[in-house]
Write a protein that binds this ligand. Structure first.
Ligand code: SAH
Length: 379
């Protein structure tokens, strides 16, 4: 259990009480998360404790493969080593403060971190796919006009263990015959602004002795930070790259994605081309369709011209309404026209279905409600 000056807690009442205490505390002292250690670091720790290094693999199998929620459930780990794990680490240090299940079986968790901050993660079910969508920062600095995550800026980066904990918590919602098949880093935050914590987390998800998910089943979505895209390519794993484009020209993109003003489409596309050249992975371009803003057939024509000679896939996402923003998805007819025009240009395009619509599953919506106090206080 996380040890804090405020003591341990459970349940919503205690949690609201503690949140008040947290706000008066300069810092929260917690034990390190077990998941902050990669395999090499955990092996080294085992050696330090006088245990053999294969114990690290045993421990990781319990955490990533066998879905334990308590160190005491790691039956083949000797008692003495378990005690040391208890003394020095926590397995999970976030608290699930809200768990929602949509009619399409999409599930969403609102987690409260040890310092009282909140983040969200989502589990989506589609045929045999079990996709989890995870966050990388508390808030976001990018300021995209349609997105709930950035409305109050960015507070801090998540640690590796906090990123992994989201996957592990969602994994524990699955039935015994279900397995996570895909991870998308499309939750709150800009992943490429937190590569230091993200890359070890992704590598752990990819590793055979941990979650063992193929690199091709892991997708990182970015607002388009060219240096970050290059760093991801240089990392040498063929993770999928998704670039959130949202506009086919700089004038419009500067309005929708403010950070574009100091980057520009040319630089983003050049970095994405390099990503494809180095990894062989086709890049996906995301485009949130905003009624009356970026949804005209002319925009589709421009987008087609931009991507025609690239090995690209376009993911069109109808705007998911966010309470304080007055933005909507286009009509079905308009969206079909947009798709048709892109297809005419020979572009590979998907119009995404909304998942979890009845639980506000778009990025950052729950966290925003928690911040503004409009979240239903019932458990
Ligand atoms: N910062 C990264 C990852 C987080 S946003 C990025 O920009 O890609 C990931 C995706 O969430 C965006 O591409 C956008 O498609 C989607 N998104 C955010 N808010 C949305 C909303 N209100 N409606 C529909 N999609 C949204």
């Amino acid at each position: 259990m996380a040890s804090t000056d405020g003591g341990s807690y459970s349940g919503r009442c205690a949690h609201s009480l503690l949140r008040t205490q947290y706000s008066m505390m300069p810092a929260v002292v917690t034990s390190p998360r077990l998941t902050d250690l990669d395999r090499a670091a955990l092996s080294a720790w085992c050696l330090d404790q006088g245990a053999e290094t294969y114990r690290a693999d045993q421990i990781r199998r319990w955490v990533f493969g066998k879905r334990v929620s308590d160190i005491d459930e790691m039956h083949d780990v000797p008692n003495s080593l378990r005690e040391k794990l208890h003394e020095q680490f926590v397995l999970f240090d976030a608290e699930v403060v809200k768990h929602q299940i949509a009619s399409d079986r999409t599930e969403k968790l609102l987690l409260e971190l040890a310092d009282g901050e909140h983040l969200e993660c989502v589990l989506m079910r589609e045929t045999s796919r079990r996709t989890v969508c995870i966050s990388t920062q508390v808030g976001c600095a990018m300021g995209c006009v349609f997105c709930a995550s950035g409305l109050n800026g960015v507070k801090r980066n998540l640690a590796t263990g906090e990123i992994l904990e989201q996957v592990l918590r969602l994994d524990r919602l699955l039935g015994p015959d279900e397995r996570i098949t895909n991870v998308v880093v499309m939750g709150i935050g800009e992943p490429l602004a937190n590569l230091k914590a993200l890359l070890p987390a992704l590598d752990t998800l990819n590793e055979k002795g941990a979650l063992g998910l193929g690199a091709r089943r892991i997708t990182v979505s970015t607002v388009g930070l060219p240096d970050g895209i290059r760093a991801l390519a240089a990392h040498g794993k063929p993770y999928n790259l998704a670039v959130s484009l949202h506009a086919p020209n700089d004038e419009l993109r500067n309005r929708i994605v403010p950070v574009n003003a100091r980057i520009g489409l040319d630089a983003i596309l050049a970095a994405a081309d390099e990503y494809f050249a180095e990894t062989g992975r086709r890049v996906t371009y995301e485009y949130v369709l905003l009624r009356g803003i970026n949804d005209e057939v002319e925009h589709a024509r421009q987008l087609g011209a931009l991507l025609r000679d690239r090995n690209a896939h376009v993911n069109l996402i109808p705007m998911n309404p966010v309470e304080p923003l007055h933005l909507d998805a286009p009509s079905a007819v308009q969206m079909t026209k947009f798709v048709d025009r892109l297809e005419q240009a020979g572009i590979n395009v998907t119009l995404r279905k909304r998942k979890g619509a009845d639980i506000d599953a778009a990025c950052g919506q729950l966290r925003l409600q928690e911040q503004t106090g409009s979240l239903d206080p019932s458990p």
